[in-house]
Design a protein around this ligand. Structure first.
Ligand code: OGA
Ligand code: NI
Length: 357
């Protein structure tokens, strides 16, 4: 893993470029024309109706519960993406975690750099994914930390400031784990599998979970760059808490990029590549990207539920039939995520390239 030991060139936080007030972005953030966001032509989600699902329906009568599961299942097949409301997590917890992380990104640069990350584990404060020299970079900084399994969690790699932050991350993380457990059960059943199937296939209590907090500073030329290039999340399930004042997330539907309008106090749920693999492509991971803007910074928290890192994961045998042969070879998550960690985001090329021939 020599190539992952350090960054190929010095890392410049995007925040420092933004705060320098320069009217133009450096060349290495300028995307080729085909990848630029074309801000006017992005389709408005309201026209296409990205699903917003009321999770309260799961604990009502059998009819209501079945209808909610069906809505989730349809969203996973069609979009790999949906928003949830009535999810049981208090607005106070949601607001608090956003506030402490805003506080972190507004600390003096030196305080943040004390947590500078390296590509060996990515834990800490960083500004790039991928170790290719001279790569075109994204207009965003982030903090990445490991929440589960407990054998890997290390508070010293979490920020210590602003002071309530570690407690707030613990509190938020435990709420996220509960929500993911519910969603994993719903997905298992709606795939026709045993209710605990996904939980067990992900390694049960040894499954992984991590948090990536994204900070997108204001950008003087938002039409030339992206906050995060197109990608699908490599893990299982992502629960995203996005700024509900500032839009930025776009999801791909066919050839169109659709701008998501976050519903206040909703979470955005995204299917990742491991669930695409496990479901033998009945459910699809969603390709998504982030556009930035000149007027406002944006913050988002992505909580990722991932398989135990050394467990080979392939299509569930129950979902393989003579008409539907296994589409993917089993692979451990450790091996799988090396690709994005080396190459950076690349649309859905990784999961597509894995198709067994
Ligand atoms: C991610 C991601 C989207 C956003 O962190 O993987 O896609 O809105 N984030 O910041
Ligand atoms: Ni993502």
């Amino acid at each position: 893993m020599d190539c992952l030991q350090d960054w190929p060139e010095p890392v410049v936080p995007v925040q420092s470029l933004s705060e320098s007030g320069a009217p133009a972005i450096p060349d290495r953030y300028i995307k080729p024309p085909s990848d630029r966001p074309s801000l006017d032509s992005a389709t408005d989600e309201n026209i296409l109706g990205i699903p917003v699902i009321d999770l309260g329906g799961l604990s009502e009568g059998a009819l209501e519960c079945r209808a909610t599961m069906k809505a989730i299942s349809d969203a996973c097949r069609e979009w790999g993406f949906f928003q949830v409301v009535n999810h049981g997590i208090s607005h106070e917890v949601m607001e608090k975690i956003q506030e402490v992380w805003r506080g972190f990104f507004h600390l003096p640069m030196e305080a943040k750099k004390a947590y500078a990350n390296s590509p060996t584990t990515y834990e800490g404060y960083g500004s790039r994914v991928g170790v290719q020299k001279d790569a075109i970079l994204d207009w965003g900084d982030y903090y990445f930390l490991q929440y589960l399994p407990s054998s890997v969690k290390n508070h010293n790699k979490w920020p210590g400031l602003p002071t309530p932050i570690r407690g707030s991350i613990e509190e938020y993380g435990s709420e996220m784990v509960k929500l993911c457990e519910i969603l994993m059960r719903v997905l298992s059943v709606s795939l026709g599998l045993d209710v605990e199937y996904l939980h067990k296939a992900f390694g049960g209590d040894d499954a992984g979970a991590c948090l990536r907090v994204n900070y997108y500073p204001k950008c003087p030329q938002p039409d030339l760059t992206l906050g995060i290039s197109a990608h699908s999340d490599p893990g299982g399930l992502t629960v995203l808490l996005a700024d509900d004042q500032v839009k930025g997330l776009q999801v791909r539907k066919g050839d169109a990029w659709i701008t998501v309008h976050p519903v206040p106090h909703a979470f955005i749920i995204m299917i990742g590549d491991q669930i695409q693999v496990l479901s033998n492509a009945m459910y699809k991971s969603v390709e998504h990207r982030v556009v930035v803007n000149a007027a406002e910074e944006r913050l988002s928290l992505a909580f990722f539920c991932n398989p135990k890192s050394d467990l080979p994961l392939g299509p569930a045998p129950e979902l393989v039939t003579p008409n539907r042969p296994p589409l993917y070879q089993p692979m451990t998550y450790n091996e799988y995520r090396l690709y994005i960690r080396k190459n950076g985001p690349g649309g859905k090329t990784q999961v597509e390239s894995l198709k067994a021939t």
